[in-house]
Design a protein around this ligand. Structure first.
Ligand code: ADP
Ligand code: MG
Length: 612
C-alpha cells in the first residue's frame, strides 16, 4: 500500500493537438505485416497481368501484318493463317482477365482488413485520450479521421499497388518492345512524351491544390449542416432555421464556385491532353509511315508500335494521376496515424486500487491550483482546499462560472491539478487506478444526463457492465425510476431515443441516478443534478438523491440554495477559492457571502401561490 504513495506522478503538460503530422511508416508496417503473404501474391498476379499486357500489342501487330498481306495478295486462307494467332491472343486476354480478377480480389481483401484494423486501433486510442484533448478538438474532425481519412488511405493503397505496379511494368515492358520494333521512332517518342508529361504534371499539381481547397470547403459546409441538425432544438427554439439555411447556403455557394473552377480546370486538362495524344498518334503514323515507305519498317510493326506507344502514354498518364493519389493517401494516412500513437497524460487505467473493505471515501483537495489546458492563462482554481469527510454531505455553492464543476472534474480525474494534490483516503489521486476510481468509487450525476440510444436496461447497466437484471431493478427502485419504467409498454426494454430524447428531464435524470447507483459508489458527486428540472420532477429526483446520499461521501454542487440546506457542511467558493465554510445556520448568522446569496435568491424567486 505504501508503495503507491512513493510514486510521483508526471506533471500535466499542455499539448498542442493540432499541426501537420508526418506519415508514420513504422505504424503502417505494423498494419501491413499480417497481410504480407497475400500482398506478395497480389503483386505477383498484378505483375503477370502487366506482362501479358505488354505481349498483346506485339501479337496485334502480327495479326495486322497478316491482314495487310491479304489486302495485297488475296491468296490462301486468311482464317487458317490467322487462327493460331487469334487463339493465342484470346488465351492471353483470358489470362489477363483472370490475373486482374485475382489481384483485385486480393487487394480489396487486404485493404478492407487493414481499414478495419486501423479504425479499431484509432477508435480505441481516441477513447483513451485526456478530456483536455476533446476540449481542444471538434468531434466532427475526429469522426472524419475514422471515416473519410481511413477510406482515402485505403483506396490510395489499393490504387498504388494495382495501378502503380501495372503502369510501371507496362511502361518498362512496352519501352523494350518499342525499341526492338524501331529505335528511331522510340527516340522521338522518348523526347515528346516527357515534355508533355511535364506540362501535364504542372497542371495536375495546380488541380490537386484546387481539389484540396474544394474538399476543405465541402467539409466547412458539412460542419454547418452538422451543427444545425445536431442542435435542431436550439435552432427551432430561436426560430433560426432561416439563418442556418442562409449560412449553409453561403458555404454551399462557396464550394460550388470552387468545384466549378476545379471542373473547368479538369475540362481544360482533358481537352489539352486529348489533343496532345491525338497529335502523338498522328505524328507516329506520319513518321512511321515514311519509314514504312522507305522499307525500314513493316506495316504490322508500325501497328504494334502504335498500340504499344499508346499503352506507354496511358500508363504514364496514370502514373501522374497516381502521384496525386499517393500524396493524398499519405496525408490521409498521416492524419489517421497521428492520434493512434498519441498517449494521454492521464492513462485510463493502471495504478493501485484500495480494497473495497478498506475504502472509507474521504476526499481532500490540498492547495489545488488549476487552469484548463486549452486556456492556460486563466486560473480557475487558486489554492483551493476542501475536505469531504467520509459519509458526510458537503455542499459546494457559489456563482455560476466560479469553478464548481471544475472541482468535480478534478475529483473524477478528468484533469490533473496544475499544483497541489487531490487525495482519496489520504492517497494522491494520481497514484490510483483511474478506471477503478471512476468505475467503482465515484458516482457522478450531472445537470444534463447523457443517455445512449439503446434500451433502458442497457443504459442503467452502463454503470456496471456485468450487473444482473435484479441489480438493475434494485438500482432503478433506489432512483425512483422503477415505477415510470414499468409504466412503459416495453418496460426496461424501451429504447430511449438518441441522447435520451424520448424521455422527460426528470425521467432521464432518474435513469442517470440509477446508472450511478448500480456501481455502489463510495463517493457521490451531484453537480446541479436537479437544477434543470421543474419543481415536480425536482421533488421526485431529490427524494431519490436523499436516499442515495445516506452513508456515502457526497459532494452536492448547487446554485439553488434550497437544495443544500441539509448538508453537513456548506462551502462557499468565489474566484476559485473557498471563502466560507459552515452549516446553513452558522453561515446565515455570519452574514457573509452565503447570507448575501440567500437573500438575493429569496428576492429572485417568484412568489409562490400568487396567480398571474
Ligand atoms: P461552475 O460549475 O461553477 O459554473 P465551471 O467549473 O464550469 O463553473 O467553470 C469555471 C470556469 O472554467 C469558467 O470560467 C469556464 O468558462 C471555465 N471552463 C469550464 N470548462 C472549461 C473547459 N473545458 N475548458 C476551458 N475552460 C473551461
Ligand atoms: Mg457547473
Amino acid at each position: 500500500v505504501a508503495l503507491c504513495e512513493a510514486e510521483e506522478a508526471a506533471p500535466t503538460r499542455s499539448r498542442p493537438y493540432a499541426g501537420e503530422a508526418r506519415f508514420n511508416w513504422k505504424l503502417f508496417w505494423q498494419f501491413l505485416r499480417p497481410h504480407l503473404l497475400v500482398l506478395g501474391a497480389a503483386i505477383v498476379l498484378a505483375l503477370g497481368a502487366a506482362l501479358v499486357n505488354v505481349q498483346i500489342p506485339l501479337l496485334l501487330g502480327q495479326l495486322v501484318e497478316i491482314v495487310a498481306k491479304y489486302t495485297r495478295d488475296h491468296v490462301g486462307s486468311f482464317l487458317t493463317e490467322s487462327r493460331h494467332l487469334s487463339i493465342h491472343l484470346l488465351i492471353l486476354y483470358g489470362v489477363q482477365g483472370l490475373l486482374t480478377f485475382g489481384y483485385l480480389v486480393l487487394l480489396s481483401r487486404i485493404g478492407e482488413r487493414m481499414a478495419v484494423d486501423m479504425r479499431r486501433a484509432l477508435f480505441s486510442n481516441l477513447l483513451q485520450q485526456d478530456i483536455a484533448f476533446f476540449d481542444a478538438l471538434k468531434t466532427g474532425q475526429l469522426v472524419s479521421r475514422l471515416t473519410t481519412d481511413v477510406q482515402e488511405f485505403k483506396s490510395s493503397f489499393k490504387l498504388v499497388i494495382s495501378q502503380g505496379l501495372r503502369s510501371c511494368t507496362q511502361v518498362a515492358g512496352c519501352l523494350v518492345s518499342l525499341s526492338m520494333l524501331s529505335p528511331r521512332l522510340t527516340l522521338l517518342l522518348m523526347v515528346a512524351t516527357p515534355t508533355l508529361m511535364g506540362v501535364g504534371t504542372l497542371m495536375g499539381s495546380a488541380l490537386r491544390k484546387l481539389s484540396r481547397q474544394c474538399q476543405e470547403q465541402v467539409a466547412r459546409a458539412t460542419g454547418v449542416a452538422d451543427e444545425a441538425l445536431g442542435n435542431v432544438r436550439t435552432v427551432r427554439a430561436f426560430a433560426m432555421e432561416h439563418r442556418e439555411e442562409e449560412r449553409y447556403g453561403a458555404e454551399l455557394e462557396e464550394s460550388r464556385c470552387k468545384a466549378e473552377e476545379l471542373g473547368r480546370g479538369i475540362a481544360l486538362f482533358q481537352g489539352l491532353s486529348n489533343i496532345a495524344f491525338n497529335c502523338m498518334v498522328l505524328g507516329t503514323l506520319f513518321i512511321g509511315g515514311s519509314l514504312v515507305a522507305g522499307q525500314q519498317l513493316t506495316g504490322g510493326d508500325l501497328m504494334s508500335f502504335l498500340v504499344a506507344s499508346q499503352t506507354v502514354q496511358r500508363s504514364m498518364a496514370n502514373l501522374s494521376i497516381l502521384f496525386g493519389q499517393v500524396v493524398r493517401g499519405l496525408s490521409a494516412g498521416a492524419r489517421v496515424f497521428e492520434y493512434m500513437t498519441l498517449r494521454p497524460c492521464i492513462p485510463p487505467s493502471g495504478g493501485c486500487r484500495v480494497p473495497q473493505e478498506h475504502l472509507r471515501g474521504a476526499v481532500a483537495f490540498h492547495d489545488v491550483c488549476f487552469s484548463y489546458p486549452c486556456r492556460p492563462g486563466f486560473q480557475v482554481l487558486q489554492d483551493f482546499t476542501l475536505t469531504l469527510p467520509p459519509g458526510k454531505i458537503v455542499a459546494l455553492v457559489g456563482q455560476s462560472g466560479g469553478g464548481k464543476t471544475t472541482v468535480a472534474s478534478l475529483l473524477e480525474r478528468f484533469y490533473d491539478p496544475t499544483a497541489g494534490v487531490v487525495t482519496l483516503d489520504g492517497r494522491d489521486l494520481r497514484t490510483l487506478d483511474p478506471s477503478w476510481l471512476r468505475g467503482h468509487v465515484i458516482g457522478f450525476i450531472s445537470q444534463e444526463p447523457v443517455l445512449f440510444g439503446t434500451t433502458i436496461m442497457e443504459n442503467i447497466r452502463f454503470g456496471k457492465p456485468g450487473a444482473t437484471d435484479e441489480e438493475v431493478y434494485a438500482a432503478a427502485q433506489e432512483a425512483n425510476a422503477h415505477e415510470f419504467i414499468t409504466s412503459f409498454p416495453e418496460g426496461y426494454n424501451t429504447i430511449v431515443g438518441e441522447r435520451g430524447a424520448t424521455l422527460s428531464g426528470g425521467q432521464k435524470q432518474r435513469l442517470a441516478i440509477a446508472r450511478a447507483l448500480i456501481k455502489q459508489p463510495a463517493v457521490l458527486i451531484l453537480d446541479e443534478a436537479t437544477s434543470a428540472l421543474d419543481s415536480e420532477s425536482e421533488r421526485v429526483v431529490q427524494e431519490a438523491l436523499d436516499r442515495a446520499s445516506a452513508g456515502r461521501t457526497v459532494l452536492v454542487i448547487a446554485h439553488r440554495l434550497s437544495t443544500v440546506r441539509g448538508a453537513h457542511h456548506i462551502v462557499v467558493m468565489a474566484h476559485g477559492r473557498v471563502c466560507e465554510v459552515g452549516t446553513h445556520e452558522e453561515l446565515l448568522t455570519k452574514g457573509g457571502l452565503y447570507a448575501e446569496l440567500i437573500r438575493r435568491q429569496a428576492l429572485d424567486a417568484p412568489a409562490p401561490d400568487v396567480p398571474g
